[in-house]
Design a protein around this ligand. Sequence first.
Ligand code: SAH
Length: 234
Amino acid sequence: MKRIVLTFLLFAFLFLSINSTDQFQKERHSMVKYQIENRGIRDKKVLDAMKTIKRHLFVPDELKYYAYDDRPLPIGYGQTISQPYIVALMTELLNVNKESSVLEIGTGSGYQAAILSEIVKEVYTVEIIKELSIKAEEKFKTLKLNNIHSLHADGYYGWEEKSPFDAVIVTCAAGFVPPPLIKQLKIGGVMAIPVGQPFRVQNLFLIKKISEEKIETEVVTEVIFVPLVRNESK
Ligand code: SAH
């Protein structure tokens, strides 16, 4: 009898602990299937990363039940975590792998950096709002995402000491492509960057660096991002 009770307790414990560590796994897998695969994202590395990284840990606790919805969400300080599909699309466009070193401008919640950390060798991420930068850095430490390196600075200037990069991803909208970011890209490397006016529909550019003098630009789609700001706030 005692044995049966003990076995039952063990199973109950296992069941509860599995459920509590990942209560959103089902939502996450359907997010990947319906919002991402169904819209044409095929890179398995991207799909796997989006299945692995727990998006609900990157949104404010009171919004965790909306974390797998098909939309951006507020993360405080007037900023947003991008819609899951846009994160997947931009990540796929970078065409990166386990050898790559990637620069991200606009750390925000840290979610995009976390997705990249599953796929590439090193992620360098720059955020202009100090509180967001500190919060994201703490999250990376807690989640043991040790290949993400954070910097609180104006990302317009990139992160020169860590350059050149195989890819650059800008997750805020710039009025024009910042020249330092092109300079810090390797020849053959790519940059995904929304370009346009603040709070209007912007163009998502995919830029390829052909040589030190030449880039090729392709417009991928229309997007709406928060603006890349220039004054160091806080
Ligand atoms: N990649 C983020 C999305 C963040 S929203 C995520 O996954 O959550 C865009 C972020 O860009 C905001 O946090 C904003 O503060 C930041 N940002 C705006 N201008 C910037 C600049 N010049 N340099 C660095 N970060 C900037």
